[in-house]
Design a protein around this ligand. Sequence first.
Ligand SMILES: C[C@H](O)[C@@H](O)CC(=O)C(=O)O
Ligand SMILES: [Mg+2]
Length: 434
Amino acid sequence: MVRGRIIRLSVRDVRFPTSLGGHGSDAMHTDPDYSAAYVVIETDAGDGLAGCGITFTLGKGTEVVVCAVNALAHHVLHKDLRDIVGDFRGFYRQLTSDGQLRWIGPKKGVVHLATAAVLNAVWDLWAKQEGKDPRTLLSCIDFRYITDVLTEEDAYDILQQAQVGKKEREEQMLTHGYPAYTTSCAWLGYSDDTLKQRCAEALKDGWTRFKVKVGADLQDDMRRCRLIRDMIGPEKTLMMDANQRWDVPEAVEWMSKLAEFKPLWIEEPTSPDDILGHATISKALVPLGIGVATGEQCHNRVIFKQLLQANALQFLQIDSCRLGSVNENLSVILMAKKFGIPVCPHAGGVGLCELVQHLIIFDYIAVSASLKNRMCEYVDHLHEHFKYPVTIKQASYMPPKAAGYSTEMKEESVKKHQYPEGEVWKRLHAAHEN
Ligand SMILES: C[C@H](O)[C@@H](O)CC(=O)C(=O)O
Ligand SMILES: [Mg+2]
């Protein structure tokens, strides 16, 4: 039973100095410190349950998101959890339509990241308390702006159709897990030796799908792609990620040169806002057998709708912390099904794997009913800071067992990495001063 009035919301700036090892680096983000705005909500229910929510950020960006979470807090505080989830669509709309904050969005950038952190905490708490049926799930989705491609009834039909074989898919997930790919071998800041060593380890661990960062320097890309393709062989799957580095013609030209390494997709070839640019690139790359993947920096469901309408992507990459939590991710997953486009989530960062595993396993069991051309990103950093870290077996995500959204961090980790007073940062700052 849903219970409790929210009496406290806290938000902390948690940062990990990943840039020191080049982890997470790409053609645009050369010094990322993987970070999170970490939200905890508590109720007066007296059951000891707290809702934990995160959104993924990079270093300094976190302090801005923390401010936005504080600015949104009044929407949640002193509310009954039952009233929130009883009209979750309305509550989602209230948060994303705040009359003063929407001016600095709307539904994009810092306020939307903050919305994700807050709502992820609500979902975590709700999920710890009880399960959900299809009608309840649909009642959480704000269909405003997308009814031209997906109505609530369309969505209901999709969920109903996917009832067939659901039990078997559940069993399959419990036994084999959801297929994953790794990005951990080939960050742009890694030396060739690190790349080779990580790749060899990944192969030994059974990985068959790999992503490599590209986009800063063509000759360098050619060398690194050759290196990784030689190591993994012709049969294994290779993806490339340019993190928005190119103009549209440049993307086509660059990928024509990298086509010999047989990538399945090029990810974020250009500005994430350029829907028609993505469509042009997609069309040009069809003869080369390369698809376009994007989504990790897609602001909201409207952009995804247009990408789908414009045939601008072949792989759709939801992000559990960029979209407005489970509510908005559900709408995008359902639209992708309607357009027959596979969802291959963005993960990694801080806790993105932990969160998105819930969404993608739900997609398979209850929506898409297919694994064709589908896989979820995996990055092997920072899981040790979570109370319920992901379990990977044979390059697959095994379904999480604990109730909730797997968002809870270890208090000890949060304390140590809280910025700037945590011991990790105090030590780094002292070393910097000396
Ligand atoms: C800055 C991040 O590490 C980014 O490179 C992640 C990314 O693009 C991906 O995982 O895909
Ligand atoms: Mg990417």
